[in-house]
Design a protein around this ligand. Structure first.
Ligand code: BGC
Length: 789
């Protein structure tokens, strides 16, 4: 039996002696002294899962045969070329030597056609095997032209908006030397205390699946090696969106059914759309960190779903397997991750520094290492890097693409389409009569930085048009605009509120721009309260006390519990954080040049204690009853409805949803069924409506959700116009995840509900499924065909 010495083995010993202090020992760098051999062997005793070989080309196999073990782990290593705020800063001469020695496979936090050309040149000219490098960045909602934050784009309820955002991002980033983006983030979130709710598509598996696929298509286009495209990373595989209490990085304590029915469908939809890679989640599901979870990665993703691309860990997550308490040493962590199916190690350098030791302890690991190298080289091959490693480094193209007029116009359009009109009493919006004095109140109205949101790639705050600038430029002639900042979201200084009140006193109407800034949502930005920040609430209270009409322009990256200010306001427009073109987009909506049509991808609760929540829960034995005196599934101190439910969003006129027709009373396995409704704009302004199709399996031995979204379509209607929307559902969209791992559903009655939100159902009907249906595909990941006539 082999032994090993050095830091890895020291860590192994210490872990075994005092399992509870692994993390602190690491932090304090204690030296545990000489090592008895039985302790060191822990990595060799790991029960390793079987490797799942993926297909590769003769070119990749030939290369693999030539590689030393050091060169192999080099390919599996992703190092940082900088920090996210100081890109390229770590590309030192020493780093170039590392590339020459074949000890790096990929860099993140790098950018620029020219600097990356030089880095690539070193790899393909000066390293022994001349393998090109992969350059990656978090290009999440824009590269230099920044679009709204992801939750906002998903609020457009139109996958085309995501596709166009991803395409523009890829055009800019791929011409700036980047091959690979760490997007889309498809984690379903039902607890808005979780800060990363801003990065996803909200609470629903079906909506999330549609948006996931659209992003992959936008980034990757028709071919990974095509011009203007980049490889997508669907992240964070597992159930990162379900941490306990919404605390970032925490355990997901969810059932196997919830994992498969709620959290995994968007990952499956992304695979069907061709995602080139996945990233594992930081957290664990029921005690198994995904970065070391062979059942999920090799079992579900590769063996069951047939994914044949590449898988990268999250930042330092391989080393963090030690903190999770599932690995005894860095070598052990590396062995666990690579054998679970993690091909590339982002930034922990465990593969680079410790995997060779793990292979010495357990030579069987070599098959896993080879497989991982195969997947990395195949990704490079699919990106066209072996044939043309410099294709991404054309400085003229970079200049032409970055912030082109078309890209800016697209960013403005998506920003307009992302806003959600939550309330609009007595048609307070749009503001159409000129010659008014408008008070714009709130520090968020001039906050450029915040509009860029979380993950701004190369976004530049000086290129942001603020809400105030947009309103000033876009107000009808004769309007006077007065501004006072009042108070900023994270500031304790409320001394500006008095001046804001004075400004309001001499104005006709108030645009109150309040909410969260960019730094209150995002990674490691979970919050225990969903209330407005204190300064924003104080400002709002002071402004309402003046008694003028108030329109709230709400900012931020998550649902907020704002029952009292929403009650007092005449209108509430959720503006999220809208990117470069925030100002013009807001102005177009509030002055009526564009029409709001967004819908909430996640409910807004009445209070923090009401989360987590979803419209799609299982029915209770004592269903929630409006009368609090009855013993039912509700909070005694809250109404049973949400403040603003999932799917809610108004437009400038009311649109009727009528005349449900169902094509057949019975559906057989393999068949489909059509549901049609008529939409009529009964108002005087153009308007959007997004009819939403929900189904419910009425009786099943395993309870089924009260409602499941299975279709939606955003439609624009002119005043008086009618259109018919038809949703075509297939029988396998009705299945659920059974204990034996199959998607199945029994015969019986289904209810169908079509409405303007999960709490605003306008049409109801039912149909029968004639026989049991079986399928291999997560039901929520199947897109419903939709037709508008
Ligand atoms: C995040 C990932 C991101 C990575 C690289 C991590 O902290 O969780 O989503 O892709 O950093 O920037």
């Amino acid at each position: 039996m082999m032994t090993v010495s050095g830091p890895a083995a020291h860590m192994a010993l210490f872990a075994l002696m005092t399992t509870t202090v692994i993390a602190s020992a690491q932090a304090q760098d204690q030296d545990p002294g000489p090592l008895p051999t039985h302790v060191v062997d822990i990595a060799s005793k790991l029960p390793l899962s079987k490797p799942i070989p993926t297909q590769s080309s003769p070119r990749v196999e030939k290369l693999l045969k030539k590689m030393t073990l050091e060169e192999k782990v080099g390919q599996l290593t992703q190092a940082a070329g900088g920090r996210s705020k100081t890109l390229n800063s770590k590309l030192t001469p020493a780093e170039l030597d590392r590339v020459r020695a074949g000890r790096a496979g990929s860099y993140l936090h790098v950018a620029g056609a020219e600097p990356l050309r030089e880095l690539q040149r070193v790899a393909v000219e000066e390293s022994r095997l001349k393998i090109p490098l992969l350059f990656a960045m978090d290009v999440v909602h824009g590269y230099r032209t920044i679009f709204p934050v992801p939750i906002a784009i998903s609020a457009s309820w139109d996958p085309n908006d995501w596709e166009r955002t991803a395409r523009v991002s890829a055009e800019e980033a791929s011409n700036s030397g980047l091959h690979w983006t760490f997007a889309p983030m498809v984690d379903i979130a039902r607890d808005p205390r979780w800060g990363r709710v801003v990065e996803g598509a909200g609470e629903d598996a079906y909506l999330g699946s549609i948006m996931a696929a659209a992003q992959v298509q936008g980034y990757q286009g028709q071919s990974l090696s095509g011009a203007g495209t980049m490889m997508a990373t669907t992240k964070h595989f597992g159930a990162y969106g379900a941490p306990l209490g919404g605390r970032d990085y925490g355990s997901a304590e969810i059932s196997d059914r919830a994992l498969h029915e709620i959290y995994l469908p968007p990952f499956y939809a992304a695979m069907k759309a061709g995602t080139g890679s996945y990233m594992t989640a930081f957290n664990d599901v029921g005690g198994q960190p995904t970065t070391g979870n062979a059942d999920l990665i090799n079992g579900v993703l590769r063996a069951k779903w047939g994914f044949d691309g590449m898988l990268v860990s999250d930042w330092n997550a391989v080393a963090e397997l030690i903190n999770h308490g599932v690995a005894a040493s860095r070598a052990d962590a590396g062995a666990l991750a690579v054998s679970a199916g993690v091909d590339m190690d982002m930034m922990s350098l465990v593969y680079a520094d410790d995997l060779t030791k793990a292979v010495m302890i357990n030579p069987n690991l070599v098959q896993h290492v080879d497989n991982a190298v195969r997947n990395v080289l195949t990704a490079k091959e699919r990106l066209g890097l072996f044939d043309n490693p410099m294709a991404y480094h054309d400085v003229d193209m970079e200049r032409a693409e970055i912030r082109s007029a078309d890209h800016i116009a697209q960013a403005r359009l998506v920003a307009e389409r992302s806003m959600v009109l939550l309330k609009n009493d007595k048609a307070a919006l749009p503001l159409t009569s000129g010659a008014e004095t408008i008070a714009v109140i709130g520090a968020m109205a001039t906050d450029k930085q915040s509009q860029l949101g979380s993950w701004r790639a190369r976004g530049d705050k000086t290129e942001v048009v603020t809400i105030l600038e947009g309103i000033k430029a876009g107000a009808p002639k004769g309007t006077t605009i007065r501004f006072a900042p009042g108070a900023a979201p994270q500031s304790a200084d409320e001394s500006g509120i008095a001046a804001a009140v004075a400004t309001v006193q001499s104005s006709d109407v108030v645009l109150l721009v309040i909410g969260e800034d960019y730094d209150l949502s995002g990674e490691a930005r979970s919050r225990s309260s969903l209330a407005l920040p204190q300064s924003q609430k104080a400002l709002a209270d002071a402004i309402f006390a003046v008694g003028k009409p108030v329109i709230i322009l709400l900012t931020g990256g998550r649902p907020l519990a704002i029952p009292d200010v929403a009650e007092k306001a005449d209108a509430v427009l959720m503006t999220w954080l809208l990117g470069n073109e925030a100002g013009p987009a807001v102005a177009n909506i509030i002055f009526g040049r564009s029409v709001p049509g967004g819908k909430l991808p996640i409910a807004f609760p009445r209070t923090t204690g009401a989360v987590p929540y979803s419209y799609g829960e299982y029915p209770a034995g004592r269903p929630a009853h409006p009368n609090p005196v009855k013993d039912s599934n509700r909070f005694k101190d809250l109404p049973i409805t949400q403040l603003f439910p999932f799917g809610h969003g108004l437009s400038y006129s009311a649109v009727d949803i009528t005349d449900l027709t169902i094509s057949t009373p019975f559906i057989d396995p393999g068949d489909s069924i059509d549901f049609s409704v008529r939409l009529t704009n009964s108002g005087t302004r153009p308007s959007y409506e997004t009819p939403q199709l929900y189904v419910r399996d009425v009786v099943s031995r395993q309870a089924q959700p009260k409602m499941m979204l299975r279709g939606f379509k955003r439609v624009l209607l002119q005043p008086g116009e009618s259109r018919t929307v038809t949703f075509t559902l297939s029988a396998d969209q009705l299945t659920y995840y059974n204990r034996d791992g199959k998607w199945r559903v029994e015969a019986g009655r289904f209810d169908v509900m079509i409405g303007a939100s999960a709490e605003d159902i306008r049409q109801r009907g039912s149909f029968q499924l004639s026989r049991t249906v079986e399928s291999n595909v997560p039901a929520a990941a199947i897109a419903t065909q939709t037709e508008v006539r």
